[in-house]
Design a protein around this ligand. Structure first.
Ligand code: ADP
Length: 284
């Protein structure tokens, strides 16, 4: 009786263990495939501007007796070089947010400052298209996190809102508190504090339903030609998603094709409880 009972107890445990191992292997294979895909994608993305530069330099040499053509080719070389620079910079940004733990350098960050900085970053392209950018919502809010990473995340959302909107439209950025401090949140990092929501709303081209999940993947674009034309790398939303998640928050999208999009960044509020725990952490 005793032996039977024991083996009955071990058997389900054993099969669960096997299942876990199989799941682990599958997950390891998936991660490996994603890594391989990423390297293949990076290589492809690098090859495009490098190939163009190589062809254009040949064209310049062939057109050496036609100064107008030389200038035209040189202009296109400049565009390709900028594209290459943007891509390398975004790859560095992505690897940085993936490798650095943002909570090691976390501090209370003023949302008003993040918003002003994001607006500033897109001022040039917005004014070219006569897009109005307006900040609103609750003033004087603070989120808890890595200042540089949060600025990069919000900056990317505002940049996209401007990039994927026609002329004479409006981009709105509004912040508000969605959970009262001490109200108890859902995520671990959120601790006792509340949640701050920063919504970036545009009146742009919108995103088809079938693409809404995938736009957060590295190098995924709804319309690759349009993304490249606006200087997009396809990495922006992957960076935003990673920053949100590593701060214990999230980014979501609401969009109607042809009407516009709202990207909402939810981040833990800098609350009294969190500040105290971080200070005591530094004291030890
Ligand atoms: P990209 O550098 O191409 O902008 P992102 O990762 O920032 O890369 O965005 C991925 C894709 O999601 C974009 O290529 C575009 O198709 C779509 N997208 C992002 N933001 C918006 C927006 N505000 N409105 C419409 N489409 C958007």
């Amino acid at each position: 009786g005793e032996a039977l009972a024991v083996s009955a107890r071990v058997a389900p445990l054993g099969s669960r263990l096997v299942l876990l191992l199989v799941e682990d292997l599958t997950e390891a294979r998936r991660i490996e495939a994603v890594r391989r895909d990423f390297v293949a994608n990076v290589s492809h993305e690098l090859k495009t501007p490098v190939g163009a530069l190589s062809l254009l330099s040949e064209a310049v040499m062939d057109a050496s007796d036609d100064p107008e053509a030389v200038m035209r080719f040189a202009g296109r070389m400049q565009i390709e070089a900028t594209r290459l620079t943007n891509l390398v910079q975004e790859l560095i940004d992505l690897s940085r947010v993936q490798n650095d733990d943002p909570l090691e350098d976390a501090e209370p960050v003023r949302v008003d400052e993040l918003v002003a900085e994001a607006i500033d970053r897109s001022r040039q392209p917005a004014s070219t298209k006569q897009i109005t950018m307006a900040a609103g919502g609750t003033p004087d809010l603070h989120v808890w996190g890595h200042r540089g990473q949060l600025a990069a995340a919000l900056g990317n959302l505002v940049e996209n809102a401007v990039n994927y909107s026609p002329a004479h439209t409006r981009v709105g950025i509004a912040a508000r508190r969605v959970t009262a401090p001490g109200g108890g949140g859902t995520s671990q990092a959120e601790g006792r504090g509340g949640l701050i929501e920063i919504a970036v709303t545009d009146q742009g081209i919108g995103i088809p339903d079938k693409d809404k999940e995938r736009i957060f993947e590295r190098f995924y674009r709804v319309d690759p030609a349009r993304s490249r034309a606006t200087g997009g790398t396809g990495l922006g939303l992957a960076i935003v998603k990673h920053v949100a998640a590593s701060h214990g928050g999230e980014v979501t999208v609401w969009s109607t094709e042809g009407q516009g999009s709202t990207f909402t960044l939810r981040l833990p509020e800098a609350g009294a409880g969190r500040d105290r725990s971080s200070r005591s952490h530094h004291d030890h």
